[in-house]
Design a binder for this molecule. Structure first.
Ligand SMILES: Nc1ncnc2c1ncn2[C@@H]1O[C@H](COP(=O)(O)OP(=O)(O)O)[C@@H](O)[C@H]1O
Ligand SMILES: [Mg+2]
Length: 220
């Protein structure tokens, strides 16, 4: 499902953001990526989501060879993944319902299909009662749940979340992690970057440690 082989990413400087990354994540796994700020977590996710290309090595995700992907294939690849950011990245001038419907609109789904699927996913994340609200009028936890709904509405095989609880208090963070575990239980591969070691310890899941661009640990 996700396979990095000898992946390097070097930024001008040169800054060696990723060095010889070798890792394999199977379908349906739930995996944490931990490491201090600047370790390479966001860079690894950027490569994984085809926002940027690796400098060398091989990267296969959801059946796509991301070293060799043509620009016109990228939208098709992106439909196979969902991405969640620390700062939610919701559109302020759209309702929660409209924010969540975007991936389906882009894909060209019919209005009835969108209505049905968005209602279903809002129910799943516990936001049915917020559907017609604007994002700035709901809590941080609800904004992040909106972002999760938007990331899973098109039923991607892989969900990546870059520090999804970085802006939330501990109680809301636990709620978001519970929700991500439920998404995983339905068969989606879930890969979460975080520097919250306490939370990672409590969850007892496979954890990859990254430090200075190198994987320094992999285990439960
Ligand atoms: N676009 C970029 N250009 C140059 N250097 C970058 C860029 N993005 C990240 N870096 C550098 O790469 C290293 C890893 O950064 P990043 O992946 O953002 O780490 P993390 O997400 O773990 O905090 C850091 O030294 C950072 O300064
Ligand atoms: Mg980061």
């Amino acid at each position: 499902m996700i396979q990095f082989s000898h992946v390097y990413k070097t930024y001008p400087g040169p800054i060696h953001a990723l060095r010889d990354i070798d890792l394999m994540i199977e379908k349906g796994e739930f995996v944490f990526l931990t490491g201090p700020s600047g370790a390479g977590k966001t860079t690894l996710f950027k490569m994984l989501a085809a926002y940027d290309k690796v400098s060398s090595g091989n990267l296969q995700v959801a059946g796509f060879d991301l070293c060799d992907i043509a620009n016109k294939e990228v939208p098709q690849f992106r439909r196979r993944i969902g991405v969640i950011f620390q700062d939610f990245k919701l559109l302020k001038d759209r309702t929660i319902f409209e924010n969540v419907s975007l991936p389906l609109l882009v894909r060209g789904d019919r209005p009835q299909t969108i209505q049905r699927r968005v209602s279903e996913v809002l129910e799943q994340v516990g936001l049915s009662h917020r559907a017609q609200q604007m994002p700035e009028f709901v809590s941080g936890g609800e904004q992040q749940r909106t972002a999760i709904a938007r990331a899973i509405v098109h039923q991607p095989g892989i969900l990546i979340a870059d520090e999804p609880t970085g802006n939330l208090d501990p109680e809301l963070s636990e709620e978001i992690m519970d929700l991500l575990e439920r998404v995983s239980a339905q068969g989606t591969t879930v890969f979460i970057a975080t520097h919250d070691h306490e939370m990672v310890k409590r969850r007892n899941k496979r954890t990859l440690q990254i430090r200075d661009g190198l994987i320094s640990g992999d285990g439960v």
